[in-house]
Design a protein around this ligand. Sequence first.
Ligand SMILES: [Zn+2]
Length: 323
Amino acid sequence: MGGGVLLATAALPGIAHAAPAPAIVDCAAWGARPNSRVVNVVTRRPVKILVHHTATPNVDDLSRRAADDLARGIQNFHMDRRGWLDSGQHFTISRGGFVLEGRHRSLEALRSGRKQVEGAHCTGQNLVSIGIENEGTYTDTGPTGVLWDRLREMCAHVCSQYGIAPTEIYGHRDFKDTLCPGDVLYGMLPRLRGEVGGMLGQRLEGSSVRAASWPVLREDDRGPVVRAAQILLRGAGRTEVSVDGEFGAAMAESVRVFQAEHATEEVNGIIGGESWPLLTPPVRSGDRGAAAEAVEALAVTSSTRPPSDIGPVQWQQLLTAAR
Ligand SMILES: [Zn+2]
């Protein structure tokens, strides 16, 4: 539809429409404790959004009180158990569709459009991304409609305030060995990118909303990608791994040994966005060895010709095509 009156025009490049902020409950309003140390605020724009799930129960209580309780519970957990100075995430969205400020000053920084609070939601990404925690566990079910609506609005607003491209919306698992934000919510990220793009006046075509990513592998998975991972683990010194395409308990143990050796953040037997880059060295045509063998196996599975120079993006494409 053409011709509507735009709310405002954002000054930032690539953003045709400014997206208004949803109502956001600030730290004082949900009864946050004071942060225990100074919150680091940098004068720099974040360049991406990371979507998380809280891995808490999918409660039926959609009230504001439940949302406040959730925010306090997360803050207590992060401060008392993790030893952090405050909540780790920048924002939280409850199953009832309430958006709450996470770490103190996140809202002030967002309103400025040019500052970012250093979070603690994904090591390595805390100074370049906005972390949004979505209440629930989305491994085999999706979020409530109101949560989804607020997540879309919040992502559109964050993109519009900071000039972030809607294609720069990721899941926690894209960077770490974690199932977060759950298979179902993770699978909804292409739709999220497309809808956020639409809210910002951008039409994103099919492939642009499907960011290249590392497939997450876990126990009980099977198939060609597991087989490639087994070849790569053997190449990385885990020669006890058998190449049978079945991710069993013994393979999970080998992955944990690999993770411990590489000091990954989690030692949990899951191959995700932190272990894959460690397992996949660059490969050039003519190379021999485990990585080249894994490339060949993946290419055969998906009936594609592997590119002559394989870096992280080509690895992601090969792994995704063989799934
Ligand atoms: Zn997460």
